[in-house]
Design a protein around this ligand. Structure first.
Ligand code: SF4
Ligand code: SF4
Length: 443
């Protein structure tokens, strides 16, 4: 069995939030394999600590993935501020005899340094074309926790555990290791949040994560962070803004200063992304046609929405508005450019993380969230998602009442279809199955 088959068998998906099946991503040849250790979302502390605690496994997983795609080099992208972790990684690369084949690439402490296209440019100097993916310029990008899962998969250990930071307005910010499927309320309690209904919870980082509709759910293979905020926090109000009110506000309040475009990370890479034009198009009631397809080049990083716009309106929402309309009409952006070069002003227009955190009113929550790598939580019940990955949902292979062992395959996708296998994360009895979840009660 080759390593991609092992990765598929272990159910590895992008652990950073994307959920794309990793075995599919590795099914192409590349010149570079890049580790996304930027963790540019404010307050999240998973990747930097995984690299500190498990450097050998992460380097090993990345290197093995690189070997499979025939990459000439593996580069670990990590922000300059993590000096101690960088030293640990460099020492480990040397100790493993991988100098020259694996190296550490230093990233600036800006948002969004972890956007795949920004990461590719920072580490290789190559610009991914508009609407393209990294493989278009010979790169495969892997998240830090995904590399750890690849290392385990090669050793026939499936994905059953998840690392999550719980941060924000909590008594004790912490990063935890829990079985996939652990109830969200139990994870929140680990940071001292005993009454989550008194708060709003962001599923992921403060910039790109959505507000959770309810906290009755379970940890999935792509849960990365839970950010807890009071209901009256300004970011909560921004995240609750709906399309209709955003469009109305955009029509009346845009000054056409174009700060949204000038600071946009995709525009700065030389793409045509122009949120100020999309805001204008919404204001004039423009039709969703070929003139607004640049909206599709937006990666929805929310920088324009939460940082750049001095009027506090919603340029990203203008992009999202047209993306939806264009999708309905099946119209796709065709770039008239063949080469992409970053704009000259790029290095002066990148947004430092500290300034972003201050603007988001999160500075008082910007604290350590330590991981106790030895401690494993054992819930009484887990709800394991069959649909957390990109592609077709997995079909349950077990029935209510069945006994399952931790690591046992309990959900699978049809051969050849895009998707990922699902494993039991604890030993127990299946107590409930619906189209989305398998619930297991610990024995
Ligand atoms: S930054 Fe705000 S006010 Fe300025 S052009 Fe963009 S949407 Fe309009
Ligand atoms: S959300 Fe705004 S800043 Fe981010 S890529 Fe889209 S247009 Fe650019």
């Amino acid at each position: 069995m080759n390593i991609v088959e092992k990765i598929a068998n272990a159910g590895v998906i992008g652990a950073g939030g994307a959920g794309f099946p990793t075995h599919v991503k590795l099914n192409s040849k590349a010149e570079y394999v890049l580790l996304n250790g930027a963790e540019c979302e404010p307050l999240l502390r998973v990747d930097q600590q995984l690299m500190e605690y498990y450097p050998e496994k992460i380097i090993g997983g990345l290197y093995e993935a690189g070997k499979f795609v025939e990459a000439e080099k593996a580069i670990i992208g990590i922000k300059k501020k993590h000096k101690e972790v960088i030293e640990i990684l460099n020492a480990k690369i040397e100790e493993m005899g991988l100098s020259g084949r694996v190296e550490v690439g230093i990233l600036p402490d800006v948002y969004p340094a972890g956007d795949e296209q920004v990461l590719v440019y920072e580490l290789t100097g190559r610009v991914v074309p508009e609407l393209g993916i990294p493989i278009a310029v010979g790169c495969v990008v892997i998240n830090t926790e995904t590399a750890l899962n690849i290392y385990n998969a090669i050793r026939d250990i499936p994905v059953t555990m998840k690392y999550i930071t719980i941060a924000g307005d909590v008594p004790c910010p912490v990063t935890v290791k829990v079985p996939v499927g652990t109830p969200i309320v139990e994870v929140l309690a680990m940071a001292g949040v005993l009454d989550p209904t008194a708060f709003e919870i962001i599923d992921g980082g403060p910039m790109m994560g959505p507000l959770m509709k309810d906290v009755g759910g379970y940890v999935t293979k792509k849960t990365k962070g839970l950010v807890v905020l009071r209901k009256e926090h300004s970011l909560v109000a921004r995240k609750k803004r709906e399309m209709k009110s955003a469009c109305n506000l955009n029509k009346t309040a845009c000054e056409q200063c174009r700060m949204c475009t000038d600071l946009c990370p995709r525009y700065l890479l030389g793409h045509s992304t122009s949120p100020h034009k999309m805001v204008r198009a919404v204001a004039y009631g423009a039709a969703a046609d070929e003139n607004v397809t640049v909206a599709q080049t937006c990666c929805q990083c929310n920088l324009c929405e939460y940082f750049s716009c001095p009027a506090g309106i919603s340029p990203k929402m203008a992009n999202v508005y047209f993306m939806g309309k264009l999708r309905e009409k099946n119209i796709r952006h065709k770039s008239n450019k063949t080469e992409f070069k970053p704009r000259e002003m790029r290095e002066y227009r990148m947004v430092p993380s500290k300034r972003l955190i201050a603007r988001l009113e999160l500075a008082s929550f910007d604290k350590a969230a330590p991981l106790d790598a030895e401690k494993e939580y054992m819930p009484e019940v887990v709800g394991i998602s069959l649909t957390s990955h990109v592609g077709a949902g997995a079909k349950a292979l077990v029935n209510v009442g069945d006994h399952v062992e931790a690591g046992q395959l309990i959900g699978d996708v049809e051969e050849g279809s895009l998707g990922a296998k699902v494993h039991a994360s604890i030993r127990g009895t299946v107590s409930q199955i619906d189209g989305n979840y398998i619930v297991i009660r610990r024995e």
